[in-house]
Design a protein around this ligand. Structure first.
Ligand code: SER
Length: 300
């Protein structure tokens, strides 16, 4: 989306360049736990803006809390420091519904007590607070969204919300999927193109219109059963069943079932374009193409 808007864009990760990355996107190895590597890349590229997305998600973070701390917490500190030292104008950060803990009244607004129960959530709260500190103290133009569970036609990687994309991926691949949650589990969800557009639009908003650095954004809040019904309606013959995993269910139960995103709507014009049915229609051909490239499907 940034390339389409005419920006010079560079991608980086500890992983190699992903298959399907657009032409015209130079790729760089970067490990955010290594400050020297970030400094070298920022010296070379002198970026005006950085989108800092590197993180372990909630389920992987509970398997490997120390690695989650190193990547999510120390990594975010390292990126902020590099922005300060190398004069990067803007840092866009991705926070999450996982910053919230149990017991909040729904829909959950932006300014509520943040008492997450996962290492992932704790490090994302710290990232929000650190980023706002670098804005006030050093003038780094730090902005963030709190993403719902994101659903896209990519093999998911260690999130607790992965049951949603897996319904599509495994439904199309195997004709059946056993979800690791209860059918009445309800968390905020979003189709990836809306999530990407949110980052690009937040980055482009005039700072004087922003009343805060970190915004809730929302699209729809289906139960797991409602997602399953949408998949099974679109793909007759697919069977989706439920076998809750206690650890992942406990994480789901600690998250809000809906977010109030009225400040994002007011301050920078945020609007989701896809509801559950629109997402299902768009996603099925994309997942078919994904499975042509990855016929083995996802580990889950
Ligand atoms: N999708 C994320 C996860 O499940 C939530 O931020 O960890």
């Amino acid at each position: 989306m940034l390339l389409a808007r005419g920006h010079e864009v560079h991608g980086s990760d500890v992983n190699p360049r992903p298959a399907g990355a657009p032409e015209g996107l130079p790729w760089h190895h970067l490990d955010v736990t290594d400050p020297a590597e970030i400094a070298a890349l920022f010296r070379e590229l002198t970026p005006g803006a950085v989108f800092h997305l590197a993180a372990l998600l909630s389920a992987t973070g509970e398997s490997r809390p120390q690695v989650a701390y190193a990547v999510n917490q120390t990594g975010t500190f390292n990126v902020l420091e590099a922005c300060r030292e190398h004069g990067v104008r803007q840092l866009v950060f991705t926070s999450t519904i996982a910053v919230f803990g149990p017991g909040l009244a729904s829909p959950v607004g932006d300014d509520v007590p943040l008492r997450p129960t996962t290492m992932y959530g704790i490090t994302k709260v710290a990232g929000e607070l650190l980023g706002d500190y670098y804005f006030r103290r050093y003038g780094v133009d730090f902005r963030a969204v709190r993403f719902p569970g994101l659903i896209s036609a990519t093999l998911p990687g260690g999130g607790t919300s992965d049951y949603a994309p897996l319904m599509y991926i495994e439904g199309l691949r195997a004709g059946r999927y056993e979800a690791f949650c209860r059918p009445d589990s309800r968390i905020p969800m979003m189709y990836m193109p809306d999530g990407i557009r949110a980052l690009v639009e937040l980055a482009a908003a005039p700072r004087e219109r922003l009343s805060r650095s970190v915004y809730n954004i929302a699209a729809f809040s289906p139960t797991a059963q409602e997602i399953a019904d949408s998949v099974m309606r679109a793909l007759p013959g697919v069977s989706i069943t439920f076998e809750p995993d206690p650890r992942r269910q406990a994480i789901l139960d600690s998250w809000p079932d809906a977010l109030d995103d009225s400040l994002a709507r007011r301050d920078w014009g945020w609007r989701p374009e896809h509801d559950l049915e629109g997402m299902t229609a768009a996603l099925i051909p994309e997942v078919r193409a994904l499975l042509r490239a990855h016929p083995e499907g996802a580990a889950h």
